[in-house]
Design a binder for this molecule. Structure first.
Ligand SMILES: Cc1cc2nc3c(=O)[nH]c(=O)nc-3n(C[C@H](O)[C@H](O)[C@H](O)COP(=O)(O)O)c2cc1C
Length: 332
């Protein structure tokens, strides 16, 4: 089993802790599609091509979003260890195949805001349970919007009934298209309700209850428990669309870091969130959504945010399995 090396002036144990924090990021279907190459002067973040979802995410958009979220956690962990992380995204020749390279950009004393975000990492979970009928206050909404802005992205808050109705239609339409797509359903099944000792995928305890097509918002079906006939799920939660300013790998990585900053900020307020990615994954619907948002912002994910009851943590692979061997050919 590979061992973690010292890097960036930190010892092997610290680097292992930092990579563990990175691995607690959310990822589509809990695929954990990241790998790290640790060298004395740098940590490289690579996608793990074996963990692509070729049918659900053919352009690797959500794979990069997930890796961006892991990068944000890595940045926080390094800051807590006194390292100012100097990040180059899509470094090209400097680190062939890497999505990002992190170097030591000097020393840093972590501030209270970032310390709170770091502390939130193990408490953040995707929560598919019904949300309580309690609204976010203006300060909380503002903090989420600011979190996205700080990571060069944009959080569009759905406010008008017309916009809500339109987005609900997009979610339902994309969900139905995906239900008819055998390859997408096979990927979902492969990562659903794994054995209790599995290190990836979405376990039954995290699945939420089964979606129904008459639901206001249609969730992904991770085979959770059936619900009582005729029972509504919840009244309308806050729904936001996280957007990037660029279409392409750089925008995806920025949005991934913004996603994690938004989610961790929500966690510091005791808020829960879950995703509705169907209208992003179905290209035709994504284009309609983009047009509905004005045409220039690039929608990257749809989140529902609110107060809920606690849910268990999902599993993660061991850090040793995330190490990218120096002799291996660099993945895409
Ligand atoms: C880019 C991205 C898209 C996701 N899309 C969905 C989704 O459409 N529906 C859903 O229930 N969960 C979605 N998730 C949540 C993942 O399933 C979740 O992060 C993973 O199972 C790990 O669980 P955790 O977030 O509780 O740590 C998404 C996560 C990411 C990062």
């Amino acid at each position: 089993m590979a061992e973690v090396a010292a890097a960036l002036g930190l010892g092997p144990e610290q680097i292992e802790d930092a990579l563990r924090a990175a691995s607690l990021a959310p990822s589509v279907h809990n695929t954990q599609p990241w790998r790290f190459r640790v060298q004395r002067d740098r940590i490289e973040l690579h996608a793990d091509p074996a963990r692509r979802l070729a049918a659900t995410d053919p352009e690797d958009r959500e794979l990069r979003l997930s890796c961006g979220a892991a990068l944000f956690n890595l940045r926080l962990a390094l800051q807590s260890m006194g390292v100012r992380p100097l990040v180059s995204m899509l470094p090209g020749h400097d680190a062939p195949g890497a999505l990002a390279v992190v170097r030591r950009g000097g020393t840093l004393k972590i501030d209270d805001e970032h310390r709170a975000l770091l502390a939130a990492i193990p408490h953040r979970r995707t929560n598919r349970r019904p949300f309580l009928d309690a609204d976010l206050d203006a300060r909380q909404r503002h903090a989420l919007v600011r979190a996205a802005e700080l990571e060069r992205s944009w959080l569009h808050v759905i406010t008008t009934p017309e916009e809500r109705a339109q987005l609900k239609r997009f979610v339902k339409q994309a969900h139905e298209i995906q239900l008819d797509d055998e390859a997408v359903q096979a990927e979902l099944a492969a990562f659903t309700g794994h054995r209790p000792d599995a290190a990836d995928g979405v376990p039954a305890g995290s699945a939420g209850v089964r979606p129904e097509m008459q639901d206001e918002w249609v969730f992904r079906d991770f085979q959770g428990p059936e619900r009582h006939p005729g029972k509504d799920y919840e009244s309308d939660p806050l729904v936001v669309v996280l957007c990037s300013f660029y279409d392409g790998p750089l925008g995806d990585l920025q949005a991934g870091q913004a996603l994690q900053r938004v989610l961790l900020t929500a966690t510091t307020f005791g808020l829960s969130a879950s995703f509705m990615s169907q209208p992003i994954e179905v290209k035709r619907v994504r284009e309609d959504l983009r047009r509905a948002l004005g045409g220039s912002l690039v929608p990257q994910t749809v989140l529902r945010v609110g107060f809920s009851t606690p849910v268990p943590a999902t599993p993660r692979r061991a850090v040793a399995e995330l190490l990218f061997d120096h002799d291996e050919h660099a993945p895409c």
